[in-house]
Design a protein around this ligand. Structure first.
Ligand code: ZN
Length: 236
């Protein structure tokens, strides 16, 4: 059987903010450390999304993705990952580099800092993969193809000109996509894109419609173990 690759979805690695309306986007650092240690113990090695189906990959690959590009990736998550020899993929919202999560603030959530260019470049030099998460974090399937094209293709051009390296991977905000989104991501030249659809990936699926496993504040170690077991055993 082909290797099946789990792609885990994280957002913030931080204690839960008392006033957030999205506690699920916070994973406390002590819990994140348990996840990392479990993956190490079970023999998983992190790979980059852009090499997901490479023939030369490890026997048990896993991909750690971090949506939105929060500053705590540099401050907290990446140092913890480095200690166990792991790496990850961060999806940036192009119009908000170095700013805050306005798309959450607009619906009453707490303000949280996002990585700036001066943080992204050294992380990139250390092997962290950066992909696009659109320009402004919309629900793509609620928009026509012109707006979607600006968000999907436009963000790639914007990030490449700001950062000076190729952006080859993409993540649909809120997991929202339709046929237009898939076609536009392909036309824009992305090689791989991730959704919030549940499951593992074995190389037979559309590379622009990869599945993930959502990790949240309430993903305790037993739940984490169960989620991986369920994905490998039941495929979701
Ligand atoms: Zn997001």
């Amino acid at each position: 059987m082909a290797t099946r690759v789990p792609i885990l979805t994280y957002h913030k690695i931080s204690p839960i903010h008392a006033k957030t309306i999205y506690p699920g986007t916070f994973v406390p650092p002590a819990l994140f450390e348990k996840h990392l240690r479990h993956l190490s113990r079970k023999g998983f090695s992190t790979i980059r999304l852009d090499s997901i189906f490479s023939e030369l990959g490890p026997a048990k690959p896993v991909i750690l993705t971090f949506d939105d590009g929060f500053q705590d990736f540099e401050d907290t998550a990446f140092p913890m990952m480095q200690k166990v020899g792991m790496n990850g993929t961060v999806f940036l919202v192009a119009d908000f580099i170095g700013k805050t999560n306005a798309w959450d603030e607009n619906i009453g959530d707490v303000s949280y800092p996002l990585l700036g260019r001066e943080s992204i470049l050294p992380l990139h030099d250390q092997g962290v993969e950066f992909g696009s998460h659109t320009k402004s974090h919309p629900r793509l399937s609620s928009h026509d193809s012109v707006t979607q094209g600006g968000e999907i293709g436009g963000s790639k051009l914007e990030l490449e000109s700001l950062l000076g390296f190729p952006i080859e991977t993409f993540c649909y905000p809120y997991g929202s996509y339709d046929e237009n989104s898939l076609n536009l991501a392909r036309a824009a030249g992305y090689r791989f894109a991730v959704t919030c659809d549940k499951g593992l990936n074995d190389g037979t699926e559309d590379p622009l419609r990869l599945k993930r496993i959502a990790i949240r504040n309430d993903t305790s170690l037993p739940v984490f173990v169960y989620k991986l077991w369920r994905a490998f055993r039941l495929g979701r």
